[in-house]
Design a protein around this ligand. Sequence first.
Ligand code: SF4
Length: 603
Amino acid sequence: MIKGGFQGKILRVNLTSGKIIVEDLNEDWAKKFLGGRGYATKIIYEEVDPKIDPLSEKNKVIIATGPLGGTLAPSSGRTMVITKGPLTGTIACSNVGGYFGPALKHAGFDMVIIEGKAKEPVYLWIYKGEVELKCAKDIWGKASDEADKLLREKTHPKAETMEIGPAGEKQSLVANAMFNGHRAAGRTGVGAVLGSKNFKGIAVRGNLGVKVAEPEKFMAAVYKTREILSKDAFSGGGAAMLGSAMLVNVINGVGAFPTKNAQDAYFPEAEKISGETLRERNLIRNEGCAECPIGCGRVTEIKEGKYKGAHGGGPEYESIWSLGAMCGVSDLNAIVMANYLCDKYGMDTITAGSTVACGMELYEEGYIPKEDSPFPLIFGSGEALVEAIKLMGEQKGKLGKLLAQGSYRLGEYYGHPELSMSVKKQEFPAYDPRGVKGIGLEYATSNRGACHVRGYTIAPEVLSGAADRLKYEGKGELVKTFQDLTSALDSSGICLFTTFGMGGEDIALLLSTATGFKVDINEFMKIGERIWNLERLFNLKAGFTRKDDTLPMRILKEPIKTGPSKGEIEELDKMLDDYYKVRGWDKNGAPTNEKLKALGLLD
Ligand code: SF4
């Protein structure tokens, strides 16, 4: 009997039959995988053939919370979207902040499984334990923020919402699931899977509490962790002041800020797009997620120039980089505008910006013929950036349709896939592996294609300096530790940013007092390792092998041209064998039976 943290109920919605059933949470799975990413991956692993077309009716999407979601634990507003991702073909888990996850818990459910395909557009309304599939014909085609508004008008003014924008409806591989119109569960094209099912979104509202197993001990852990967060420089003030964009000057300052499609890793105009400049020119206020004392979100507006009057959420660091330096653009208002458009269409900003950057290089090299682009698609042009995002969002013309498939397929069409800065066809984020060695190993081995939030080694390699960013030794162990920690954290329901101050022990204490499970730091890390290995098993069955654990040729062969990391390349092979070894995997990157048995994944 689960004593707390979980509500114990899972909603299963079959869109083909219209049947909705409520299932009991499997206690054994909850102990082994927690909730969120871990538990939902177990469901996908058991129920979805890894070889299916991700956009076929056979795929499933799980909207999941963790056991700390909806409690008073700090930064516990996270929601996860788990499926087989169409951009990569891998297992996919996107993690988003806001208030949706707690609302789902307060309505009585830990997660929602969406399966099958509706004949016509539908949305789901969950209200205090009652659930209904409703017609979404008049919301279909609406931008994310309009859909959010309409969903609340149709249900409850204080409902929390998840929705797809036009990109998801058109099954763009760049598509997100959006929350409240401006928070994004991004990467891997999860929004396209929802679009393929004719599923526009969910509105949810509830008023139940979430019981915890040991209330006094849990509250003591809550006070302790909130105090820890208040004392850290980033979580205790820096994040609220500058948002994640405070990293622009830091990462450019070490020469690891991919510039012009990673032709370089130092952007001389970084100051113009920094967190400091954004605060001065665009910030209206900060925004936080449920129970978050950190408050890193930005609410901004454009106060002058061509896009004057536009307003919305963000941009955060990754978006400023992908739509900025990666495209050689230093016009901050154009970057902010492009970010707003990505949210409206419901597109992932990392993939969108990096795909435009790839398009810019293809165009400048003459691989994209001039007649294929309605405007000069050149590096440094804020106008070209904004127009390219519109083409992508609307899938207008040949180029618009190609941009909507991400950079790998765009480059492949024009004969140069090597110009896609991606791993497993997913674009890498805002840290150049040539200047930070461990993050390259992290991108190469990440279970959802290139990603920084599967194992954020930037913290020790750059921010604290605990690990030498230019050394290869010990990076296998470092990457494994961060990947395992993040897998467990994602499955608990709190935000990754808490780890700037809190350690695994603190999260384990919150978890054990909330659920009543025996979770200490060792068990917490073991749960994370178990989840990582299960994701790996799914990908191996989907056909991925060691050869897919790699990086773009540019990163492996072309030295950085300027800045503090000038001359560096990434020697991935120096780290990969070591990584497989510390993971207990064979030379081909498959977990050994011994490892699977130790993790309880094989009898
Ligand atoms: S740190 Fe930022 S993203 Fe994380 S929960 Fe708080 S406001 Fe949301």
